[in-house]
Design a protein around this ligand. Structure first.
Ligand code: B16
Ligand code: MG
Length: 214
């Protein structure tokens, strides 16, 4: 029987990809090349430093490790500025309702995100109180598809991986959850989220019945 739900943030609870896109595009333009929405799609669930490395490759630009770290900081400063204005109406459809449903059913909740800005985002949209534990880019060393973020999530709640269900919109996150021995609900397209136990368009399509049948 499922005892806990672990949620990815971007693409599951809120759509921060739009802000990441604006900030990365600004950085690419600052370096003299462009950055497309199709390229941004490939960065979902990917860590900040790895995202920068991919963007520099796509733009054909080489930077030293020190320069990379300065550029990542610059992008993050623009991104942080943008997320300061986030509001509760930016919560994705059904996310708050499903969090309340699972909590009312006595299940625990954790966040399992690659973002180092997850607490700010959850505070701005007013959801921080609905998570028993937050595991994010500040707590983990290995990026998805490594299962570390979800294993730490399960551990922080005091449950075995097999007692937890992960909700993820990125294929790397689906792979991470499966590698950790958890059930996973994909948020998005079943052609992309291969291996997920169930794929739904969003948390508005989830309910306890579907959760217990996984
Ligand atoms: P930050 P998730 C991920 O969030 C984003 O999808 C990805 O685009 C971003 O690069 C990553 O967080 C790191 O974010 O720069 O705020 O530390 O889907 O894992 O919740
Ligand atoms: Mg995501």
């Amino acid at each position: 029987m499922v005892k806990a739900c672990i949620f990815d943030l971007d693409g599951v609870i809120v759509d921060t990809a739009v802000y990441h896109f604006k900030a990365w595009k600004r950085l690419a333009n600052h370096l003299g090349f462009d950055f497309t929405e199709a390229e941004n799609e490939k960065l979902k669930g990917v860590s900040r430093v790895r995202s920068l490395q991919l963007i520099l490759e796509w733009g054909g630009v080489k930077k030293t490790t020190d320069e990379q770290s300065q550029l990542a900081d610059l992008k993050n400063s623009w991104y942080v500025e943008m997320i300061q204005g986030m509001q509760p109406d930016e919560i994705l459809p059904g996310a708050k309702e499903f969090l309340l449903t699972v909590r009312n059913a006595g299940l625990k909740t954790a966040l399992g995100s690659a973002s180092k800005n997850s607490r700010t985002i959850l505070e701005k949209v007013g959801l921080i109180e609905l998570f028993d534990s937050i595991i994010d880019g500040n707590t983990v060393t290995a990026s998805k598809p490594d299962p570390e973020v979800f294993l730490k999530g399960a551990q922080s709640l005091g449950f075995n991986p097999a007692d937890c269900v992960v909700f993820e919109d990125a294929i790397a996150g689906v792979e991470a959850a499966l590698a950790g021995g958890m059930k996973v609900v994909g948020i998005g397209d079943s052609a992309t989220l291969i291996g997920a136990n169930l794929v739904v368009a969003g948390l508005h399509e989830m309910n306890l019945d579907k959760l217990y049948k996984l």
